[in-house]
Design a protein around this ligand. Structure first.
Ligand code: TTJ
Length: 643
């Protein structure tokens, strides 16, 4: 071993050791979400290579032994010796927390701005990581084991005419609470990449089940919108615009739908979703608002003097904005770096949408007139709702007494943001929750039977349903386009059901309702699912008990040890089996409970999951629930766990 190797060893220790010690800081968590993050880190590298024009096929293979391979047909990961350390670049890439730019030219477009460290993180959290590179007419190989330690130094295995890279890694089961790769999770990620990277083929194979699928889109964003809007009534075609402004590539696709008052805008930078928007999204909103208003005005289509507001123009709009730029002008903002800061993106997207949509409206007059009609309807509804609300505010006292259903056990506190509404399955669990709650800030609303499936139902029918109208009145913030989150009587809305298929079904029905009619509650993280424990481990001691609760089998083992010899186990099958004290302690008290924050803003999952799940096909629904609702671990649907 030479000196340089020792030097890099130090870098390895300070870099990768940190990753192993605090994986959450690098991949978010060590559950299913974090596990799949390892895959994205590797796939992103292959995607970057294709994004830059090298290779048009990316293959992901889930192996039987718990490992996963990512294969591209790019130039191959650099294998040359890094000058100052004397170590092959490929080894540095997999063992140091390098920045993306370190091994790339400046013009390189990459998702690195968001991920940065990438492949070395995956290596650090793996039992092994095996890399084969086809490059310079040779087959190279290097292997790491036991959290990123070099096991087989870079070697040449033979000759080839191919070029590309293959990375195979096996996540460390000592680090992750689950090491079970999920087909659906990986498939929808690859599908999203395929939409964003048109004309690149993504192949997914599962050697555990021999399943195989392919995603390939000739037109990319257009097909993305078509997929999202598959079950909606469209107003006009999918409209696509693209342009290159200096070093920035901009692509936009959008379509209007009737019967949906939500706006759905997804933005991306270098194929990575910008969840919190940013300059590109702002530019889009400004541009589309001005284009529609200017057209309406110059054609004398506005009846009232009042201009259309942005929200009037975006009702029923689905849009994808994808911007690609080199790392040199990439700027991110916000705590999770999910917001684009690059100032040039605002004016570039604004100009593009304004000029091209103005042209489009003039060329497609019939569509334009229908669109303006729809916007005027939205405007009228908005103005009427505002008036109605002002009236309501005047009669606030009257309103409050009117709203309180006899089913609701309200909270005493008047600080709405601190109040919690428990929506409880069944009257018996409702009774326990009523006794077990903290009356200062916890309110209980028992639900009888199953709530209505609100996926394809008229508003009239919706309001006639007693459970739904009680829910709307209890939350007190309106519904649909008149929903105003500021008026919510609760800061947390917690769905508390049994941990069985029925309970899961009730959860999804409620979530569907919130998603369609009170979407800001979900987007702003007000909605939670309470997870009751599965086991109570106890032993009589003196006049009382010592007892511990377990949420999964792993915790059960720990509880057995804590309680000690002679323990007994209760396995809870429903909330009804807990007495009020136990329910309070395990599922309602913020110090002990497990809440899952619901976060459904994943475009493909929303489109697919909500509609297949809630559609009329009950077999599909059952299958979905069985595959996806797993009370031992967090689900795709549900990303953040607060304990
Ligand atoms: C960097 O610039 C010089 C030519 O090679 C570029 C590069 O890094 N190419 C590259 C990396 N292609 N494929 C990868 C890659 C593929 C996988 C599957 C995983 C990783 C970590 C990198």
């Amino acid at each position: 071993m030479n000196k340089e190797y020792n030097a890099s060893n130090i870098e390895y220790l300070t870099g990768l050791q940190g990753v192993i010690k605090r994986p959450g800081m690098y991949i978010g968590s060590t559950n299913a979400y974090g596990l799949h993050h390892l895959v994205w880190e590797i796939v992103d590298n292959a995607v970057d290579e294709a994004l830059n024009g090298f290779g048009n096929k990316i293959t992901v293979i889930i192996r039987k032994d718990g490992s996963l391979s990512v294969i591209d047909e790019g130039r191959g990961i650099p294998v040359d010796i890094h000058k100052s350390t004397g170590i092959p670049a490929i080894q540095l890439i997999f063992t140091t927390l390098h920045s993306g730019g370190k091994f790339n030219e400046d013009a390189y477009k990459s998702s690195g701005g968001l991920h940065g460290v990438g492949s070395s993180v995956t290596n650090a959290l793996s039992e092994f990581c095996d890399v084969v590179v086809y490059k310079n007419q040779k087959v190279y190989h290097i292997r790491f084991e036991n959290n990123g330690n070099l096991a087989v130094p870079l070697e040449v295995l033979g000759n080839t005419t191919k070029h590309g890279s293959m990375v195979t890694f096996k996540p460390d089961k000592k680090i992750f609470s689950t090491v079970d790769f999920k087909w659906d999770t990986i498939a929808s990620h690859l599908q999203e990449s395929a939409f964003l990277l048109k004309k690149v083929k993504f192949v997914l194979k599962d050697e555990r089940t021999n399943q195989e699928t392919e995603f390939y889109y000739e037109n990319g964003l257009k097909e993305y919108i078509e997929t999202i809007n598959a079950n909606k009534n469209s107003l006009g075609p999918v409209i696509t615009f693209e342009d290159k402004v200096n070093t920035m590539d901009i692509e936009i696709a959008f379509q209007y739908c009737t019967g949906d008052y939500n706006e759905t805008i997804y933005s991306y930078v270098n194929n990575v979703r910008t969840r919190d928007g940013g300059t590109h999204e702002t530019g889009f909103r400004i541009g589309i608002t001005k284009a529609v208003n200017d057209f309406a005005e110059s054609n004398n289509l506005l009846k009232s003097k009042e201009k259309l507001e942005g929200a009037d123009i975006r009702e029923g709009l689905t849009a994808i904005i994808s911007v690609k730029m080199p790392e040199s002008i990439l700027e991110f903002e916000g705590q999770t770096k999910g917001k684009l800061g690059t100032p040039q993106a605002l004016s570039a997207v604004n100009n593009l949408i304004y000029s091209q949509f103005t042209y489009f409206l003039n060329e497609n007059k019939e569509f334009a007139v229908n669109l303006i009609k729809k916007c005027i309807d939205s405007q009228a509804a908005r103005i009427a709702a505002r008036k109605a609300k002002d009236e309501m505010r005047k009669n606030k006292k009257q309103k409050e007494t009117l709203l309180l259903s006899d089913k609701l056990t309200p909270a005493q506190g008047k600080d709405y943001s601190k109040n919690e509404l428990f929506i409880v399955e069944g009257d018996s669990a409702g009774g326990s929750a009523k006794k077990g709650r903290n009356p200062l800030y916890q309110a209980i609303l028992p639900l009888r039977g199953k709530p209505l499936n609100t996926d394809s139902i008229s508003v009239d029918k919706l309001l006639k349903n007693e459970e739904i109208s009680t829910l709307i009145n209890t939350i007190g913030a309106g519904y649909g386009q008149n929903f105003d989150i500021e008026d919510s009587h609760y800061g947390k809305i917690i769905i508390m059901t049994d941990a069985d298929t029925d309970g899961a079904h009730i959860q999804t029905l409620l979530l569907t309702f919130f998603y369609h009619y009170m979407r800001p509650l979900i987007v702003n993280g007000y909605v939670y699912v309470a997870v009751p424990p599965l086991y109570r481990v106890y032993k009589e001691q003196g006049s009382g008990y010592i007892q511990e609760y377990a949420w999964d089998d792993r915790e059960l083992e720990i509880c057995k040890e804590k309680v000690g010899r002679g323990y007994k186990i209760n396995r809870y099958k429903g909330l009804g089996e807990m007495n009020p004290d136990q329910l309070r302690y395990t599922t309602m008290d913020p110090r002990h409970r497990l809440l899952i924050k619901v976060n459904i803003d994943d475009p493909l999952n929303v489109a697919k999951e909500i509609s297949t799940l809630m559609g009329n096909n009950s077999d599909l629904r059952k299958k979905w629930v069985e595959e996806n609702i797993d009370f031992n671990e967090e689900d795709e649907f549900i990303k953040e766990v607060i304990k």
